[in-house]
Design a protein around this ligand. Sequence first.
Ligand SMILES: Cc1cc2nc3c(=O)[nH]c(=O)nc-3n(C[C@H](O)[C@H](O)[C@H](O)COP(=O)(O)OP(=O)(O)OC[C@H]3O[C@@H](n4cnc5c(N)ncnc54)[C@H](O)[C@@H]3O)c2cc1C
Ligand SMILES: *[C@@H]1O[C@H](CO)[C@@H](O)[C@H](O)[C@H]1NC(C)=O
Ligand SMILES: *[C@@H]1O[C@H](CO)[C@@H](O)[C@H](O)[C@H]1NC(C)=O
Ligand SMILES: *[C@@H]1O[C@H](CO)[C@@H](O)[C@H](O)[C@H]1NC(C)=O
Ligand SMILES: *[C@@H]1O[C@H](CO)[C@@H](O)[C@H](O)[C@H]1NC(C)=O
Ligand SMILES: *[C@@H]1O[C@H](CO)[C@@H](O)[C@H](O)[C@H]1NC(C)=O
Ligand SMILES: *[C@@H]1O[C@H](CO)[C@@H](O)[C@H](O)[C@H]1NC(C)=O
Ligand SMILES: *[C@@H]1O[C@H](CO)[C@@H](O)[C@H](O)[C@H]1NC(C)=O
Length: 494
Amino acid sequence: MYSTAVLCLGLLASLAQGAAFNKHAALEDCLSGSSTLVDEVGSDDYNRDITPFNKRLQFLPAAIAVPTTVEQIQSAVACGSKLGYKVTAKCGGHSYASLGLGGEDGHLIIELDRMNSVKLDTETNIATVQSGTRLGHLAAELFAQGNRAISHGTCPGVGISGHVLHGGFGMSSHSRGLALDWVKGMEVLLANGSLIHTSATENKEVYWGLLGAGSNFGIVTSYELDTFEPPANVTWFVASVPLKQNTTVAALEGIEDYVRNTMPSELNMRLYATRQFTQLEGVYQGNKTELEAALKPLLSKIGGTLAASQTTTWIKGLEHFATVKLNQTYPYNQVQEQFYGKSLELTGLNGTAAKNFADYWFNVAKQETAHWYIQMDFHGGKNSAVWKADPDLTSYAHRDKLYILQFYISTTDTPETGFDFVNGWASATTSALKASDWGMYFNYPDTQLNRTKAQEMYWGKNLPRLQKLKAELDPNELFYYPVSVSPETSPELL
Ligand SMILES: Cc1cc2nc3c(=O)[nH]c(=O)nc-3n(C[C@H](O)[C@H](O)[C@H](O)COP(=O)(O)OP(=O)(O)OC[C@H]3O[C@@H](n4cnc5c(N)ncnc54)[C@H](O)[C@@H]3O)c2cc1C
Ligand SMILES: *[C@@H]1O[C@H](CO)[C@@H](O)[C@H](O)[C@H]1NC(C)=O
Ligand SMILES: *[C@@H]1O[C@H](CO)[C@@H](O)[C@H](O)[C@H]1NC(C)=O
Ligand SMILES: *[C@@H]1O[C@H](CO)[C@@H](O)[C@H](O)[C@H]1NC(C)=O
Ligand SMILES: *[C@@H]1O[C@H](CO)[C@@H](O)[C@H](O)[C@H]1NC(C)=O
Ligand SMILES: *[C@@H]1O[C@H](CO)[C@@H](O)[C@H](O)[C@H]1NC(C)=O
Ligand SMILES: *[C@@H]1O[C@H](CO)[C@@H](O)[C@H](O)[C@H]1NC(C)=O
Ligand SMILES: *[C@@H]1O[C@H](CO)[C@@H](O)[C@H](O)[C@H]1NC(C)=O
């Protein structure tokens, strides 16, 4: 009996292995019969393309297709769909959870970073941008082609797609809104193989879903972006804020009042802290005299001082925060970090919540010697363009929040300690908050959430509508990843 059972299991295992082998061979066949190029395992391209930003989360794809045309994207996706593979678009590869590699092993990856053309129409000031473009290349081209810009995050290697499809906040967002607020139209390849155009008037529901939860509904192939003329000069700055345990709650309440009511639209700013220092940093769209006047009421209230500032050109202002060259294109060598991070989007941080946050900071974080930081983006407020934009046009669920608060720790030594450190701080912060006062930002995703919780956190009140759209557009979950929007389960089936 015993040996028979072992034999049977062995036979089943080898049958299963054989089936997986045949399925994989069929995928390779299909891809090579299509017009798409595929990265050869072990090649320089392959090694670059499977390198995630977060070294903690390396996944092994079934194959990496590297299309250079929309037809090639279509034929590669059709292979995955026909043969039962999960298909994942990868743009800049900067997801904290390596979601550009599928967030798990075995996906067919559509690597888009060879498709990075940016064409500005200087009559309409609308730019047509391929979906594999990195932010720094986008900024450099918009400026070079016609002195134009959009608002976006600071890292030039980040891809436009992950960024604009889920938010996109940076050093011009208080003045000019989220990156996704500049997207006027998109071409998208759906799970059923159709390529459709979406805008606020055409395939409106798909447009709504893509701008906030875009990784769930298809592969965007290009964007039409509205643009603005950037100010000729900006002033970047750093102000040091030496907080103590007994002054932090008052400082946070001072900051909150300022961000909510006073912070001028020209000012873009975040609070950044490590174990060693705490500072405000940002960019003012104007000169130093104006910056000083804008900061004065805040700095005098919380006891900060302007430590450094410089007036410079728009492009040099972007380069200051980029820290590397702006114009990032293929071939791109991914810089890696090994870390655990997560984010909270908060309607405010005052009273008991601020006290709990500050106590963890001084009692726990100040003793933690592994490299960590927190970053609080001043996202909302009365004068913020993020708050002024129409909340119903996109599925970005946290437009009403005042802050994006990110927690980050290097996990080179022990990931488990890092998980506890970050989760302890985040839950101390939220323990006294109502559920409606917080959520999380998909672009700083938390790898320790299950799918149910993650969907609630990222998409909040928009989730039921997104799940309905998922059921319509991708019921078989071709574009699945571990925390993707699940298709609505109809009540009759329960
Ligand atoms: C160093 C660094 C700095 C950052 N700075 C900022 C910042 O200042 N502000 C900010 O808001 N965020 C910032 N981020 C977060 C960044 O916005 C997100 O990580 C973003 O999702 C990355 O996009 P990507 O295209 O590079 O990532 P990828 O890993 O390639 O993709 C991310 C997700 O988008 C999906 N996707 C990619 N292309 C497509 C497509 N064409 N169609 C549909 N889905 C697609 C992927 O499948 C995946 O789910 C930063 C991240 C890093 C690592
Ligand atoms: C950016 O780099 C690409 C590739 O090297 C180059 O073709 C392009 O002209 C550069 N663009 C700008 C604005 O410098
Ligand atoms: C695919 O779905 C879209 C959106 O629902 C629809 O417009 C299109 O006709 C469908 N294409 C096919 C081939 O069924
Ligand atoms: C905070 O504590 C310090 C001593 O550590 C004390 O000198 C200071 O007066 C206190 N400040 C406030 C606002 O309570
Ligand atoms: C700064 O800008 C203001 C308003 O535009 C202007 O009045 C002032 O002269 C400028 N100051 C400097 C030092 O350039
Ligand atoms: C302000 O911008 C102009 C135009 O881009 C540039 O020529 C000038 O050098 C800038 N001033 C400073 C102080 O950088
Ligand atoms: C305090 O924080 C709560 C919860 O985030 C928020 O709703 C409220 O508006 C804040 N109050 C003030 C005065 O800023
Ligand atoms: C998901 O996580 C939440 C807490 O974060 C927990 O309450 C819930 O039971 C979990 N759900 C599943 C299906 O594991």
